[in-house]
Design a protein. Structure first.
Lengths: 201, 193
């Protein structure tokens, strides 16, 4: 039996909770697809853990929503907030369903990999070679989203995973990056990651 | 499995995944812009998804797989279900707008502040994308923002690669928040990137 977090009221802003729920639920979908495509149990396990975290956030949000409505107008306006929270919750459940395909060893048909070559948002896994122009830089310095249209969603360093890395996070040689972006963008990322120092800019 | 069946299943899965994510972005856009048209577009896509999903499942089930392949095919069916779940979540979001709930101000802030955001910008006369096709403009590669839909006057245009952008077009886009500024600069033509 999994240990579930105790639900306690915390006075957190609805806005912060909802931003976190939206961010995590969308990240989870891409992490879960990545777990399926790259056969990673670790990523799948992270998705399951994030799903429970989303549940906790949803409870907390609900309590804060209940307390926030002081009259009929506010109650009506806050329904939209509940709808977004419930949608984020559903999305996280969908991601967990993908993760369970991996964890229960159900199997990913080769068709899936073929299909994912053609979807709009591409997912890629790439190892950073020592001497790559990416190595030794923070994500903020690299500005991959605005420069090549790519977003790093996870970094594997040895046994450790950094999920949803932030701008201050550093890319080190031999890191494995999981990233999402345009087809050209992920190709460019692969080129940069696998480039030696001679060729790098 | 025949080549033809194989190709159909791949086509359907690609469409299911892309459409489910487009719906989610459009749904958030509909809340952000309080736009009935966008919300209705989400509802229309939901119906399209239902049909597509049924077709996908029928194609998978009738592909004549061997017993030892059944696990892989179960995985395929489940992935289809997931895209449907995402589409349902999007339809729920769009309902907020369609039921004329006045979206709480906090919702707009949340959509703007999230890591994957939706935004809009108007093509100016001097914009480098004015007069270019979407393919030529290469907006996703330059900014990390995808065009969801183009609003030209009162009509909404699907962002096919051969659509030519015109001054006055409003582009609604989603992507990683870091690219939003670059996107607005590129489209409004305030400064070349």
């Amino acid at each position: 039996m999994v240990e579930l977090e105790k639900i306690e009221y915390k006075p957190v802003s609805i806005r912060d909770l909802l931003v976190e729920m939206k961010n995590i639920s969308e990240l989870m979908i891409d992490l879960a697809y990545s777990a399926a495509l790259f056969h990673s149990r670790e990523l799948a396990e992270d998705v399951i853990e994030l799903e429970r975290h989303i549940d906790t956030l949803a409870y907390r949000l609900n309590m804060n929503v209940m307390l926030a409505a002081r009259d009929i107008e506010e109650a009506e306006a806050l329904l939209g907030v509940s709808a977004v929270s419930s949608a984020a919750d559903k999305i996280s459940d969908a991601a967990a369903d993908i993760a369970n395909i991996v964890l229960r060893k159900i199997g990913i048909h080769p068709i899936v990999r073929e299909a994912f070559k053609r979807v709009e948002e591409q997912l890629i896994r790439v190892r950073v070679k020592p001497g790559s122009p990416l190595s030794g830089k923070t994500l903020a310095e690299l500005e991959l989203a605005s420069k090549i249209g790519v977003d790093v969603i996870a970094i594997r360093r040895g046994e450790r995973w950094i999920i949803n890395p932030k701008g201050k996070d550093l890319i080190k040689p031999d890191d494995v990056l999981i990233a999402r972006g345009t087809l050209n963008g992920v190709k460019e990322l692969k080129k940069l990651a696998e480039e030696g120092s001679e060729a790098g800019g | 499995m025949t080549q033809e069946r194989f190709r159909q299943i791949i086509d359907d899965l690609v469409k299911l995944k892309d459409t489910s994510e487009l719906m989610l972005d459009l749904a958030y856009s509909s809340i952000l812009l309080n736009s009935r048209e966008l919300a209705e577009e989400v509802q229309a896509l939901e119906e399209y998804m239902d049909n597509l999903h049924t077709r996908f499942e029928l194609h998978v089930l009738s592909s004549g797989f061997k017993p030892e392949e059944s696990k892989n095919f179960l995985g395929l069916i489940r992935l289809g279900v997931v895209t449907e779940e995402i589409a349902d979540a999007a339809a729920e979001l769009a309902e907020v707008v369609l039921r004329e709930l006045e979206p709480h101000p906090v919702l707009k802030l949340v959509i703007k502040e999230a890591e994957e955001t939706v935004t809009s910008a108007q093509v100016s006369e001097s914009s480098p994308v004015n007069g270019k096709t979407l393919r030529e403009a290469g907006i996703p590669d330059k900014t990390g923002m995808w065009i969801l839909v183009i609003k030209r006057g009162k009509s909404w245009i699907r962002p096919r690669p051969d659509v030519t952008l015109k001054a006055g077009d409003v582009l609604i886009a989603s992507g990683y928040a870091d690219g939003e500024e670059d996107f607005k600069r590129l489209i409004s033509g305030e400064e070349d990137i």
